[in-house]
Design a protein around this ligand. Structure first.
Ligand code: COA
Length: 467
C-alpha cells in the first residue's frame, strides 16, 4: 500500500498531483487507463491552479469513518495551489448539544431561533465541528485558521418571532481571507458571524458558503453530504437529465435543477438531497460557475469529481452568460415593459423605443426560457470609460443573480473594449453596486462628454469600478 502525505511547502504542484493521483485512482487500473487518468488530472490541475474553491461540508460528515480521508483530500488540494476554504455545517450537532444541556431547539421554518441562553452552546458546538477539520488538517501538516471573517446582522423580528441571536451574512471580509489563503493556510468558517460592534450571531452555514463563494469569486462550490446520492432511483427527474449507468445524476443545468426541485418538492428539512440541490441552484444563479454535490461516503469522491471527466457526484452548472445575450430589435418592447415601472418611479431615466434602438448594440438582455427578465446597457463615453445604465430586473425574478450576472457581463465587455473604468449614476441603488465592488467617485471623475450632460437636479451618485 502506498502512503503519501502532502509536504509542508508544496514543491511543483505537478509532483504533488501526480503522487496523489497515483495513490487515489491508479492502483487498480491497467497501465493505459492510469495514463489517461493522469492526463485528465493534469489538464484540470493546470486550470485550477490559484483558483478558490469553497467546501460546504454537512454534518454528520465529520462523524463518518471516511472523514479523515476527506480531510486528507482537502489538504492535498490545498497543497496543489488551489485555495481551499471550508464551511462546516453543524445543525444536528448543535441540536444534540442543546438537548444535552436541556435547551429545546426551536425553528422558524428551516431557521433556528438562537436565544440568548442557547448562544454559548451554539458557539461551542459550531467551533467543536470546525476543530475537527483543524485536527484533520494538522495531521496532514496543513495549517488552518478559524476567525471572525463573517460580518453578520441580526434577523430581528420575523413574522412576530424574535429571532434573537440568529443572523444573516452582511459581508464576507474578503481581504483578510485572501491573505490567509495566499499564505497557504486553509480558513474554516463556522456558522457564527459578528456584527460591526462585535455581537455574535448564529448564521446558517449554507448562507456563509454562498456568500463566501460569491465574495471570493470561487470557481467551484462543493456541497459534501453523508450518503445523499442523487440518482434517478430516489427522485423524479426529467428525461433530459444526464445520468450514468448506475442512475447517478451526472450533470444538471440550472433549469434542470429547478425542475427537479419542483417535481420532488418537500417542506424545508424534509430531504437533504433536495436541500443540497436548492443550495447549488442558488449558488449557480448568483454566478458560481460550477457547484458539485458529492457523497462523502465514497472514498476519493472529491478528487474524482474534480480531476476526471466522468466525475463521481453531481455537477450543477450555470454557464456564466448562458442566458445573457445582446439585444435584438424584437426585444425592445419587452425591455421597455421591464423598465416602465422604474421609469415611472424615477429610478431610471425615461427612454423611448427610439433611444433604445439608436443604442441597440449597447444593450444586453437576460433570457430565461425564451422570456426576458432583466436588461441593461453599457455606453461608451470616451476616455476609456463605460457607463452601465438602464439596469432593470423583473421583480418576480429578483435576488436570483440576474442583475449581478448582467453587471459581470458588462464588466467583461468593458474589459474587452479596453476600458479602464465602468461607472453608474444611481439615486437609490448605490448599496447594491457597492456590494459588487463599486466605489463612490466625484462627479468630476466622469468623462467630459458625460459630465456636461450630468443632471445636477437629479442628484445621482457616481459609483465606479476600476478594471
Ligand atoms: C438593482 C437590481 C438590478 C438588482 O437586480 P437583482 O437581479 O435582483 O440582483 P441580484 O440577484 O444580482 O442581487 C440581489 C442582492 O442584492 C440585494 N439588493 C437588491 N437591490 C438592492 C438595493 N437597491 N440596494 C442594496 N441591495 C440590494 C438583494 O437584497 C440581494 O441580496 P442577497 O444577496 O442577500 O440575496 C434590481 O433590484 C432593479 O431592477 N432595481 C431597479 C433599477 C435600478 O436601480 N437599476 C440600477 C440603476 S442603473
Amino acid at each position: 500500500m502506498l502512503s503519501w502525505a502532502p509536504p509542508t511547502t508544496p514543491p511543483t504542484t505537478t509532483r504533488v498531483l501526480g503522487a496523489a493521483l497515483y495513490y487515489y485512482f491508479a492502483m487498480d487500473q491497467s497501465v493505459g487507463s492510469q495514463v489517461e487518468l493522469i492526463r485528465e488530472a493534469f489538464h484540470y490541475q493546470a486550470r485550477f491552479d490559484g483558483t478558490t474553491m469553497v467546501f460546504k461540508v454537512d454534518f454528520p460528515v465529520t462523524e463518518e469513518p471516511g472523514f479523515p480521508f476527506l480531510v486528507k483530500d482537502l489538504a492535498l488540494l490545498a497543497g496543489t495551489g488551489i485555495r481551499v476554504l471550508i464551511v462546516p455545517g453543524a445543525k444536528e450537532w448543535i441540536d444534540s448539544v442543546l438537548g444535552e444541556y436541556g435547551i429545546v431547539s426551536r425553528y422558524a421554518g428551516a431557521v433556528r431561533v438562537t436565544t440568548g441562553a442557547a448562544l454559548p452552546f451554539v458557539e461551542m458546538a459550531a467551533f467543536h465541528v470546525a476543530t475537527r477539520f483543524i485536527t484533520g488538517l494538522a495531521a496532514s501538516r496543513v495549517d488552518a485558521v478559524t476567525g471572525n471573517f463573517v460580518r453578520a446582522q441580526g434577523l430581528g423580528v420575523v413574522d412576530g418571532e424574535d429571532m434573537a441571536h440568529t443572523g444573516v451574512v452582511k459581508k464576507i471580509l474578503v481581504e483578510p481571507l485572501r491573505r490567509v489563503m495566499e499564505s497557504g493556510m486553509v480558513p474554516i468558517l463556522p456558522c457564527i458571524g459578528w456584527s460591526s460592534s462585535g455581537r455574535p450571531y448564529n448564521v446558517p452555514s449554507d448562507e456563509i458558503a454562498l456568500a463566501a463563494s460569491a465574495a471570493l469569486g470561487a470557481v467551484k462550490l462543493f456541497i459534501i453530504t453523508a450518503g445523499n446520492k442523487l440518482s434517478a432511483e430516489n427522485y423524479d427527474i426529467p428525461e433530459s437529465v444526464q445520468r450514468d449507468d448506475t442512475g447517478r445524476i451526472v450533470r444538471l443545468s440550472i433549469q434542470e435543477a429547478g425542475s427537479i426541485l419542483e417535481r420532488n418538492w418537500k417542506a424545508p428539512g424534509g430531504d437533504k438531497g433536495l436541500e443540497a440541490i436548492g443550495l447549488a441552484l442558488k449558488a449557480a444563479r448568483t454566478g458560481v460557475e460550477r457547484v458539485h454535490l458529492v457523497n462523502a461516503r465514497e472514498e476519493g469522491a472529491v478528487l474524482r469529481e474534480l480531476f476526471s471527466n466522468l466525475g463521481a457526484g453531481t455537477m450543477v452548472y450555470g454557464d456564466e452568460y448562458e442566458s445573457v445575450r445582446p439585444l435584438t430589435i424584437d426585444d425592445v418592447s419587452d425591455v421597455l415593459r421591464l423598465m416602465e415601472p422604474l421609469m415611472k418611479q424615477g429610478v431610471l431615466v425615461r427612454r423611448g423605443p427610439e433611444d433604445i434602438i439608436e443604442k441597440k448594440d449597447d444593450y444586453a438582455v437576460f433570457e430565461i426560457d425564451g422570456s426576458i427578465h432583466a436588461a441593461g446597457a453599457l455606453h461608451n463615453w470616451g476616455e476609456a470609460q463605460g457607463e452601465i445604465a438602464a439596469l432593470a430586473t423583473n421583480p418576480a425574478y429578483a435576488d436570483m443573480g440576474l442583475g449581478r450576472n448582467l453587471v459581470r457581463y458588462f464588466v467583461d465587455r468593458a474589459k474587452k473594449a479596453g476600458f479602464r473604468r465602468v461607472f453608474v449614476l444611481t439615486t437609490v441603488t448605490h448599496d447594491w453596486f457597492e456590494l459588487l465592488g463599486f466605489r463612490e467617485l466625484p462627479v468630476e471623475s466622469l468623462p467630459e462628454k458625460k459630465r456636461r450632460l450630468y443632471d445636477s437636479g437629479r442628484k445621482s451618485k457616481v459609483f465606479g469600478l476600476d478594471l
